[in-house]
Design a protein. Sequence first.
Length: 451
Amino acid sequence: MGTEIAPEATQGASAAAERKREQRGWYFYDWACSVYSTSVLTVFLGPYLTSIAKAAADADGFVHPLGIPVRAGSFFAYSVSLSVILSIFVMPLAGAAADRTGRKKPLLALCAYIGAAATAGMFFLDGDRYLLGGLLLVVANSSLAVSMVLYNSYLPQIAPPQERDAVSTRGWAFGYASGALVLMANLVLYTAHDTFGVSESTAVRICLASAGVWWGAFTVVPLRRLRDRRTQATPGGTASGPRQLLATVKDMRRHPLTLSFLLAYLVYNDGVQTVISQASVYGSEELGLGQSTLIVAVLLVQLLAVAGALAMGRLARTYGAKRTILGSLVAWTVTIGAGYFLPAGAPAWFSALAAGIGLVLGGTQALSRSLFSHLVPAGKEAEYFSAYEMSDRGMSWVGPLVFGLAYQLTGSYRDAIVSLVAFFVIGFVLLARVPVQQAVRDAGNSVPARI
């Protein structure tokens, strides 16, 4: 006599299989878009766009977009800033629209392919086309920011509370792995461009455009596997960007513990983002290291961030996400403090610093995302993640300001880099004070066994 399988068990197994399939599709958006952040923003576009702007500059070193005099060396930084300002207005609108309609996937597709097309279009940056470069950068950067709001907002829907730390860290690991893989291929082309019969500038343009092609090609996977959920329509039309942002912040005031976590994240993530953006300056200006050493260090960070994210995900299963993040902030403090004592002209020690950064980088970001997902009220995922993404991308300006002021006042990049320790110490204190279990309950969610 055979044993019958209960229909409930069959349905449960089917639902679990569907959830895993959707999660695997979700990972691939990190795999798709992280190449832009690594190859385009971190390595190639800044120096290349600056060289184009300088080629178009007048005798005094200025370009004149829309008739405004801008020093050619500042054009890239101003373009990045403009993209951040634009995304701050668009992210709350996109988040609210996604929550109101439940149709995240079409919006994700729109943002992803606008960004991918703009990045692929960077192949045509040559001569003195600095305005085209600035425009494509603004479009690609703001599209990425908005798409990440929609992407992150899927996390509470595709992973139950007990799975979110693992799912979030795997997503980050996928992103760092793809960034490292493509950057290695880019570096082969760039360093051996003569062997491939192309000029240095053509090699750079191929590297830039390939990131857009990669982004667009692999976005197909999440678009095929993710699914939209029906949502209860909320009354009211679409507000303007500033009004929607104010409405989101007003709604978040009903959940003060969620806001407390977001404040802690804003502080320590500002330190993280500043280390990422200023470490190469520290390496080149203070330690006298060459471009090849710095690029190898970027690769090392990417590779070790994969292992670090997965390892911290495992630690979170035992100790909870909050404790693991707090531990990572201690590691950040020690690593940056040690960076103050690095000897000049010693690539091995700088590589050791890069290794330390890589091991904590991915895990800190991944677990912060998964922890925040527990603090978001149901039906408000995209709207709340727009505020989270603004903390991640739109508000990370205090750290660079502190870094710049420290250098201006002391004339030492060592003092500037060690000043960033304050962000990790203050962020640690603020996060330690957040009662996350109560915050989860206040958001109307069930409290996982470990958080």
